[in-house]
Design a protein. Structure first.
Lengths: 583, 177
């Protein structure tokens, strides 16, 4: 028997390490012959810490959810000692549906195997694809298989993977490089983190196959410094892989040599752009340059370089094992395979979901995510992060694939899916993203550097109730110019969150500007706080008010002086009788 | 030491801990960022002295090192407190009220983003995204013991976490005399 505790970053944040320690302590004290292991993120982040109990035959017996350390004793006493399942902690049938309605290729091993053990990866068929590629295939036939699969880059742009590989193969250079972009910079996205933490070997195998296909001997993983656990597990995986002979010289006796190293990024969103990433790899400021020449011709140290995202690489071993046609059988005509999304925001069941391309948004948000938190009204879903846009509730039946999402003005992007309800202000969302892109602009192009600043100023004015006639048109004009006048993807897409919110939620902009109202009741300067008859005169709010705007006798209804009120909301927070109304 | 205060201006800093770093990476092209990361790991931040020292040893101009150091958000040019509070301002956290958490932390610690408390126990840094979006709002606290992530924050929860750390630090200081 063994106990497996989910230890992705989400699990650890909810106390999975303490839960593991508690299991180890109690199993040790009881002298039980039960192993305690860890695994990556299974995806149901809202149920962490998750504990799986496997029988001696290796089959899953029970999945327990939300197992804080204090619940461990009962599981040890009843289940481990007496074989009685603790029904109260078992995952509900409804929650099982979260996983059952997904199709897992990228996350095939996440949450199932121990990410710190290469043997666990080998036991599920790992490193067979690289052996097959090296021994039975040529670089050209590997690329052909990827072409048949229809795999497109999962980092955001959706460019056909085989095409990039083919270009890098055909270009000549003293040396070639295979680079993995693991600088998952979109705020609100954690797909890559989960692969890195949950199944690092699949990335290494995918990169090695890619290296063979383009003729590279060196691979580099450019990973965010904010992901310490991911870096730690990658380092372990690299070490184990070298020991087993899956990385290094003369792999499988074929004469092909390949090794991978890790380069920790230093925090710059623009480094997701491939030429900026290369500059950063070379130790420079991460600023993009004009293309062409493309990295496939002149990349890292001016040599042919191919850059793919983590999720793209994680698909590769599966494709080589199961065949390109099997991959192409999943998804839509132009968008093949599956896509991993990080479902978060105002959603009941947030987490990692992997679905076939083309599944309607509704099935993701309501089918898997179980709808909106606190049963509020669904307003929009943000896809593609700062380069993407907000898709309104009316378009909830849009199939999730590259073409259809692009038509809405958003992009599939790397996979962030942030759900918003009626309390989310869309003007504030646009302001939030502009604030982000303004800070992250590298400053090379004037339109991006200064234009995003000007747009942000206008949006800040609007959310403060100082918007004026012509602001919306000015935003649209600036947006067009920034798109045209910027060299790289950051600037070219920075206005998207503003444009999509104006397109679908123009009325909210107009309410802010002309009526000085925020209908989502989110922009504080536009709020009016009043006290209703539910007030018992307990005086708590008047004591909490930092500016003394609340007056009233004890046990009498209180009132707020609107001229003095600074709209901080402290009264609303402190009130025990829900007697403060925001409008 | 200068006469007016207890700063160590003018006093040569001890960079012996950098020797192995510079030996390993100093002459490898393209490893400036790695050198700066390791330097920051050792000293907690990049002092002007450290930048000059690295320039001396690697032959890279100080202006260029400064340019790289100021480009990336990870690098700090000022020392930080014992506990680095990294408050996530990612989209999911924003939607779930990260601004309110920031308000509460700022009020409790009496510092703003990028500042350090007078007692040197905390530095507050807003960060783009910690990637724990399902647990939003989230913060990560980094100190000598490693890093710990706290999710599903409320104003009170955030304050309590910081209060516990502050009490622990003060107790330790007392115990150490």
């Amino acid at each position: 028997m063994k106990v497996v505790v989910g230890q992705g970053s989400c699990g650890v944040a909810t106390g999975a390490k303490k839960t593991t320690a508690e299991f180890e302590k109690r199993i040790g004290a009881g002298g039980l012959n039960v192993a305690v292991e860890k695994t990556g993120c299974v995806g149901n982040c809202y149920l962490e810490p998750i504990v799986d109990i496997y029988g001696d035959d290796g089959a899953l017996v029970s999945r327990y959810v939300q197992i804080q350390p204090e619940k461990v004793a009962e599981i040890v006493e009843k289940h481990l000692k007496k074989g009685q399942v603790v029904q109260d902690f078992v995952i509900s049938e409804e929650d099982k549906r979260f996983l059952a309605s997904q199709e897992r290729i990228v996350l095939r091993n996440a949450g199932l195997i121990n990410p710190e053990s290469i043997d666990a990866y080998i036991a599920v068929g790992g490193y067979q694809a690289i052996e097959k590629s090296l021994k039975e295939m040529t670089p050209e036939t590997v690329i052909e298989e990827i072409k048949i699969s229809g795999l497109r880059g999962r980092g955001g742009a959706g460019f056909p993977t085989w095409f990039k590989w083919d270009a890098a193969l055909k270009n000549r250079g003293e040396s070639k490089y295979m680079v993995c972009n693991a600088d998952e910079g979109d705020p609100g996205a954690f797909m890559d983190r989960s692969v890195l933490e949950g199944d690092p070997h699949s990335l290494l195998e995918g990169m090695t196959i890619g290296g063979y296909a383009i003729g590279a001997e060196e691979g580099v993983i450019y990973v965010r410094a904010e992901y310490p656990l991911a870096i730690h597990r990658l380092e372990l995986a690299l070490e184990q892989s070298r020991e087993k002979g899956f990385l290094g010289k003369n792999l499988f006796g074929t004469g092909f040599s390949f090794d991978i190293r890790i380069k920790a990024g230093a925090g710059a969103f623009v480094c997701g752009e491939e030429t900026a990433l290369i500059a950063s790899l070379e130790g420079e400021r991460g600023m993009p340059r004009l293309k062409p020449p493309f990295p496939a011709a002149k990349g890292f140290w001016q040599q042919p370089t191919n850059i793919n995202n983590v999720e793209t690489f994680a698909n590769v071993p599966w494709i080589l094992t199961n065949g390109g046609a099997a991959f192409a059988a999943v998804g839509t005509d132009k968008s093949k395979g599956t896509k991993v999304f990080a479902l978060a925001g105002k959603i009941k069941k947030g987490g990692l979901v992997e679905v076939p391309m083309g599944l309607p948004l509704r099935d993701v948000i309501y089918g898997i995510g179980d709808g909106i938190k606190n049963d509020k009204g669904f307003k929009a879903v943000q896809m593609g992060g700062p380069s993407g846009g907000c898709i309104p509730a009316a378009l909830i039946d849009t199939p999730v694939d590259y073409e259809n999402i692009t038509k809405t003005g958003a992009i599939v992007g790397s996979g962030g899916m942030i759900v918003m309800d009626e309390t989310t202000c869309m003007v504030d969302m646009a302001r939030y993203f502009l604030d982000f892109t303004r800070k992250e602009s590298c400053g090379k192009c004037n339109y991006c550097r200064i234009g995003t600043k000007r747009m942000l100023e206008i949006l800040e004015r609007i959310t403060k109730g100082e918007g004026k006639e012509g602001d919306i048109e000015l935003l649209e004009e600036l947006a067009g110019k920034i798109k045209d006048g910027s060299m790289c993807g950051l600037g070219q897409t920075a206005p998207n969150p503003v444009l999509t919110t104006i397109r679908y939620f123009r009325n909210e902009y107009e309410d802010h500007i002309y009526k000085k109202k925020c209908t989502a009741h989110s922009c504080k300067p536009l709020l009016t706080f009043t006290i209703t008859d539910a007030c018992t005169g307990c005086t708590l709010c008047s004591r909490k008010c930092p500016v003394g705007a609340i007056t009233g006798e004890r046990k009498q209804k209180h009132g707020i002086d609107q001229d003095t009120c600074i709209r901080c909301g402290k009264c609303e927070e402190s009130c025990n009788f829900s007697a403060i109304l925001r409008d | 030491m200068c006469e007016n205060c207890d700063c160590r201006q003018g006093e040569p800093e001890d960079f012996s801990a950098l020797v192995p770093v510079l030996e390993k990476y100093g002459k490898t092209r393209g490893s400036l960022i790695t050198v700066l990361q390791k330097t920051q790991d050792i000293y907690g931040y990049l002092s002007l002295e450290a930048i000059k020292h690295i320039a001396d040893k690697t032959g890279v101009k100080p202006a260029k090192i400064y340019g790289v150091a100021t480009f990336y958000t990870q690098f700090r040019l000022k020392p930080i407190g014992k506990n680095l509070v990294m408050l996530c301002k990612g989209t999911a956290c924003h939607v779930n009220g990260a601004d309110l958490i920031e308000e509460a932390i700022s009020e409790f610690l009496e510092i703003n983003d990028g500042e350090t408390t007078a007692d040197g126990i905390f530095t507050l840094n807003n960060v783009a995204c910690l990637g724990c979006c399902s647990l939003a709002p989230v913060m990560m606290i980094k100190n000598a013991d490693g890093d710990e992530t706290f999710g599903n924050l409320t104003k009170d929860k955030a304050k309590n976490i910081l209060d516990d750390i502050r009490k622990r630090e003060l107790n330790e200081q007392e115990a150490a005399g």
